[in-house]
Write a protein of this length. Structure first.
Length: 311
């Protein structure tokens, strides 16, 4: 079976659109109508005219699309594609944390369940977190969750003292600063690019810190030729595509015997599963309407602020 051809046919027949995150395998990125970071995927979902969105990413991305487009069918190729970072912030525990700190504005990273977003004032992604935090007065009391590394990074670049939830992503926590320094000996001219979900030690040696889209843009524009990339390895596909003459080296994880810089959740999706999702119109993302009613507010707020800031 020619899955790519069948996907094209089903897409037209069902007025479907395929959106893919940069962490998907290259073959999925190549068949997607839109490839982007978490912010771009939310922006695309908010404005699509398609009846069906096949969100090639992880569960919380599907939820974000569903909350923004309650009348559309949102499919994820593999329902088991979760996120360790979202899992590190159960809604009931986050609610208790928020209740224990009255008077705080709650800012949540998009890597959260819809139930956590429903407890949130404004959602951010790694593309807009700094600007959105800075849009609040300097003395605003802020709770930031769930990523402690992103939260610490935003505190350091904005001079804020946000109260942080102690969550992390198992992929980004794996990168080893020692291994990166070792690799730099082999590639002395290489610039280090790091996602803000990485640990502080890794961010300290980075030449550029940013979301997947920001790292891609930086690498393409830079006049340097070699880059050590400390984020999930899927981004290398688009980097190599947009800058074929440059060299992209995946930053090594702590344990060189594992493929820990691959997100095992993101990589659950396959082209075959995309085809089956379109054919069967499942697995479908469903969000409790009461939760969705609250969760959509901070997501829309993020999109509004991003639009105003030209992000
Ligand atoms: P961005 O898409 O915002 O770069 O975030 C990366 C990520 O970890 C998605 O799960
Ligand atoms: Fe979640 Fe980390 Fe995978 Fe991103 S890379 S989806 S934060 S587990």
């Amino acid at each position: 079976m020619d899955y790519v051809k069948e996907i094209e046919r089903l897409k037209k027949e069902k007025n479907a659109v395929i959106m893919g995150h940069y962490y998907q395998t290259g073959d999925i990125q190549d068949i997607a109508d839109y490839v982007g970071d978490s912010l771009a995927l939310a922006q695309q979902a908010a404005k699509t005219y398609a009846d069906i969105i096949v969100l090639c990413g992880v569960h919380f991305m599907g939820e974000t699309a569903k909350v923004l487009c309650p009348d559309k069918k949102v499919l994820v190729p593999d329902m088991a594609a979760g996120c360790s970072l979202a899992d590190s912030c159960p809604a009931n525990q986050f609610e208790a944390f928020v209740k224990a700190h009255p008077g705080y504005t709650v800012i949540s990273y998009v890597n959260t369940t819809a139930a956590v977003k429903a407890l949130t004032d404004v959602v951010v992604t790694s593309s807009n977190a700094k600007q959105i935090v800075e849009s609040f007065p300097k003395d605003e009391k802020i709770i930031f969750g769930p990523d402690r590394n992103l939260g610490n990074y935003i505190n350091s670049v904005t001079g804020r003292n946000m109260l942080l939830w102690d969550g992390a992503c198992h992929v980004h926590e794996q990168f080893s600063v020692e291994k990166i320094i070792e690799l730099k000996k082999q590639y002395p001219d290489a610039l280090v690019l790091a996602h803000p979900e990485c640990k502080k030690t890794v961010l300290t040696v980075a030449d550029h810190v940013g979301s997947t889209a920001a790292l891609l843009k930086f690498a393409v524009k830079s006049d340097k030729k070699e880059f050590i990339v400390a984020t999930e390895s899927g981004i290398l596909h688009e980097m190599q595509k947009q800058a074929p003459d440059k060299v992209f080296i995946p930053a090594p994880p702590n344990d060189s015997t594992c493929a820990c810089n691959d997100c095992n959740y993101m990589k659950l999706n396959t082209v075959e599963k995309v085809y089956k999702a379109l054919r069967d119109e499942q697995p479908e993302i469903l969000v409790d309407p009461e939760v969705a009613k609250e969760a959509v507010k901070p997501i829309k707020k993020m999109l509004e602020i991003s639009a105003k800031l030209g992000l």
